[in-house]
Design a protein around this ligand. Structure first.
Ligand code: ADP
Ligand code: ADP
Length: 237
């Protein structure tokens, strides 16, 4: 379970990106965070894996106060969390398979990762992850030969290969057309059902959020203004 207790985040430029956030997200939930640009969605999600330090309150994941973790402990904690970005964050000039394999060696310097020798077991895990998102046939293709939707699936496969407890996705469909965006959301939904991984997605496309997520959290000016099931958002409007 992820728990925000009176969490605040003020950046070093004095922007209060989050204020007084109280929130619980249970294991296996599929949550969309919606809100306008600048509302604080990205900050909220990035506090969970400690990409940003919170400046007030506490953030607890499975009974551990993660904002108190340091150095090695943070790195260990982050291995349980998969992160997906709008811009895919792949290495475009190497194969799809290599991009997934690098998730097994997060500590190595970049050049060692791409020249690395991987075990048969790691290759099988990577290929299995590619199969799960329907792009096994692209394993030996260079990433820059793929469409945006296919690239986001590679990023998703890389995360799956890591077998995380939680997937955080920061605007994963923002640069995709509506049809491709829905295909990627289908993948998230299926993974959530099959694996029981907790999935938290930032999305500014409200319609798509409502179609896929079980729970919607609305953020405005750094505060939670709505938190409920999709049926509650859509009734009487
Ligand atoms: P969203 O994801 O909803 O677009 P963000 O979390 O990115 O919102 O931003 C919330 C607020 O914090 C905005 O005012 C933004 O300009 C500011 N902000 C975001 N990241 C930083 C940063 N690294 N340093 C300073 N201010 C930031
Ligand atoms: P933190 O306190 O979480 O380390 P910082 O304020 O030090 O965050 O900023 C982290 C990075 O984000 C810096 O490289 C900064 O240039 C960049 N940044 C600053 N303002 C913004 C903003 N409004 N939106 C997004 N990124 C920003």
């Amino acid at each position: 379970m992820i728990e925000f207790i009176n969490v605040g985040k003020t950046y070093s430029n004095n922007v209060k990106a989050l204020q007084n956030i109280n929130l619980q997200i249970d294991k296996g939930e599929f949550v969309a965070i919606i809100g306008l640009s600048g509302a604080g969605k990205s900050t909220l999600i990035r506090c969970i894996n400690q990409m940003h330090d919170i400046t007030e309150g506490s953030l607890v994941v499975d009974d551990v106060e993660v904002n108190s973790l340091r150095g090695k402990e943070i790195r260990k904690f982050r291995q349980r969390i998969g992160m997906i970005f709008q811009s895919f964050n792949l290495v475009s000039r190497i194969s799809v398979l290599k991009n997934v394999l690098v998730s097994f060696v997060p500590e190595l310097p970049f050049w060692r990762k791409i020249t690395g020798i991987f075990t048969k077991d790691q290759k099988i895990k990577a290929l299995t992850a590619l199969d799960k998102v329907g792009i096994l046939d692209k394993a030996y293709v260079r990433v820059d030969q793929l469409s945006g939707g296919q690239q986001q699936r590679v990023a998703l496969a890389r995360t799956l290969a890591q077998n995380p407890d939680i997937i955080l996705a920061d605007e994963p469909i923002a640069s995709l057309d509506p049809i491709t965006a829905r295909q990627v959301m289908d993948d998230f939904a299926r993974i959530n059902q099959e694996t029981n991984m907790t999935i938290i997605i930032n999305i500014h496309h409200v319609e798509i959020a409502l179609e896929y997520a079980e729970r919607i959290i609305g953020v405005r000016e750094g505060q939670i203004v709505f938190d409920g099931k999709v049926e509650e958002v859509t009734k009487d409007v």
